[in-house]
Design a protein around this ligand. Sequence first.
Ligand SMILES: Nc1ncnc2c1ncn2[C@@H]1O[C@H](COP(=O)(O)OP(=O)(O)OP(=O)(O)O)[C@@H](O)[C@H]1O
Length: 347
Amino acid sequence: MSRLEIHGLVKRYGTVLALSGVDLTVEPGTLTAVLGPSGCGKTTLLRCVAGFERADGGRIRVDGRELAGPRRHTSPQRRGITVVPQEGALFPHLSVKDNVGYGLRRSKRQARVAETLELVGLGGYGDRMPHELSGGQRQRVAVARALAPQPALILLDEPFSALDAALRSDLRTDIQAALQAAGATAILVTHDQSEALSLADQVAVIRDGHIVQNGPPATVYHQPADPWVANFVGEAVLLPAAIADGRAATILGALPLTEAVDDATGLVLLRPEQIRLSPAGQAAVHATIEDRHFYGHDAVVGLRLDDGTRVIARVPGTEPVILGATVAVHVDGSAHTWPKPPPAGTS
Ligand SMILES: Nc1ncnc2c1ncn2[C@@H]1O[C@H](COP(=O)(O)OP(=O)(O)OP(=O)(O)O)[C@@H](O)[C@H]1O
């Protein structure tokens, strides 16, 4: 189990500033998801940590050992870091056990290969060739191969993105369990918010080359750093509000705040699952149901409030929803707000 520390990491490609001062610590034995939209710098960060790219500034340390710094660039082979790419990680002409054992010392190879294949749920598959496996099984082998040398750090670059949705969820859970059982310190790069929130101990949200928020999944979801993060990590209901004495006066009534904020913006965040519907007549606020997207376990309902404001609610899939019906609207839990940004020119 190793600890990764990144301080002020900068990477340029010509005039493109891909990373503009990234600070990130990954504690031993934990999984951090680096989450962000396309082009924000996720892959660049991963490649700098792996040593495939030379950083232009900042430091990377593993257990206090500097791998990248002002006068240092340790080669990828000497970092003790392994990478699981999106797909195509396996040598096609080698069996599963030879893929997993590749590069391991002969004395330990057999036992270690068997152990890691068990960890990823593929005990007994050692003699198969990669083309005899499903896409999901190939990714399990790729993870086993990355775990086998007991690296200081394992980097997963969107490892589930090439797989279909049904397969992905089982594989995610199994890979998370395998990483935990191996005590691995890991970084998972993804643009999929549900993957990041469900798998990681820590979610680092990256935008335009720097980390805008870093914290446990529940904090990032319920107390996002700004409205952009709120929208990026999930569906958001953003409402104008007058804030005083720890409460927000909104079109949906007076709401308690998750935390008191000095000099708050006039905006609050609710998540759609905090909005509950009941038959008309039982509450002060009413709305008309405009649309519904059914997902099986739940449904997202579009509502138009009496004053014209549109909000969305996430309701159980079993709840009857009639388009055009008038319903009463209630809010569960508290709202989140943000301090006003400092005026331009101050810091
Ligand atoms: N080799 C390169 N040369 C020039 N610019 C590059 C190079 N690699 C990446 N970039 C630029 O650096 C920025 C960050 O790219 P990066 O690939 O790290 O983003 P990403 O978040 O991984 O995106 P995606 O999710 O689409 O893979 C982008 O503006 C990209 O165009």
